[in-house]
Design a protein around this ligand. Sequence first.
Ligand SMILES: [Zn+2]
Length: 347
Amino acid sequence: MSRPQSLLIAAASLLALLACGHTANQAQIQQAQAGKAQPGTAQRDKAQPAAAAPVLHFPPDSGPPPAIDGARAMQYAKEIVKFGPRPLGSAKHKKVEDYLASHLRGDQVEDDVFTASTNVGKFPVHNIIAKFPGAKDGIIILASHYDTNYPLRNTSYIGANDGASSSALLLEIANQLRGKPRDGYSVWLVWDDAEEAMKPDTEVDFMSDSLYGITHLAEKWQADGTLPKIKAFLLADMIGDSDLNIDRDSNSTPWLQDVVLEAATRLGYQSHFFARTLPMEDDHIPFVKRGVPCADLIDFDYGYNNVFWHTPQDTIDKLSPASLEITGRVMLESIRLLDNMTPLPPK
Ligand SMILES: [Zn+2]
């Protein structure tokens, strides 16, 4: 979904320094905050699934609930942020690539490396995929981008919430998956690269100038036959905010979001989820377009009116281990539900 030109101009003063990642239409945010329904994006009550949504049969709640070490995830976020700005093509970006790889040593890792032709030149792009095989035929993807915004590269912008928090959480999720045979689907963790736009979205439409890494991966998996095996794609973005309010994204798959909400409810975290609905442009879109069930877990209210997003104020002090733990446990519980839901709704 592209941002209408008139709104782009209206928002230009606010967004002058920003390039877009994971954007929602500003007018729609305001309407959502005012409690008004959007055309095509019903403000659904948690107890009222969309009319077209399939009826879900959740398995009984059994076994120990999933664990996440929020303090350890927070430590990873601090270490990633310590590298500083990590825009595409920079030495610090390479350091984070090495950092992620060092935590995945011994795991089954696939590197998807290519050169992206962007609006500001050619850049090396490096998606990192860690695979944890399961007994069931099918794959669940958990994804996070790890690059920081390119137009802000010469500022002190370090993307603590936007890039670092979710990438750190995936490292902690890898800790929880490692060494444990899985009865369910295979789980692939994806640290995707070049999510952020290369030019401010006041100059170039976000969707034509971003998502380079994840788009390449979607194309590659479509070509090699992996795509039909993907049962669900769960994206985490900006999930470290200590005031955690994960939005319902109207571009995501409703039934998969209902699985996420069921997982959150079982863990007692439902008050952190889906109080409002926004249309998000984020890493999941290339998979949405290819018919893969997707859920974007994003808190796009980072500071009052999202004021810290894409600013040098996106710093580690705004995050909390508890928020990382909530999101991580809900993602793992969602996997557990999906593993035991037979059959899954049709794509
Ligand atoms: Zn961003």
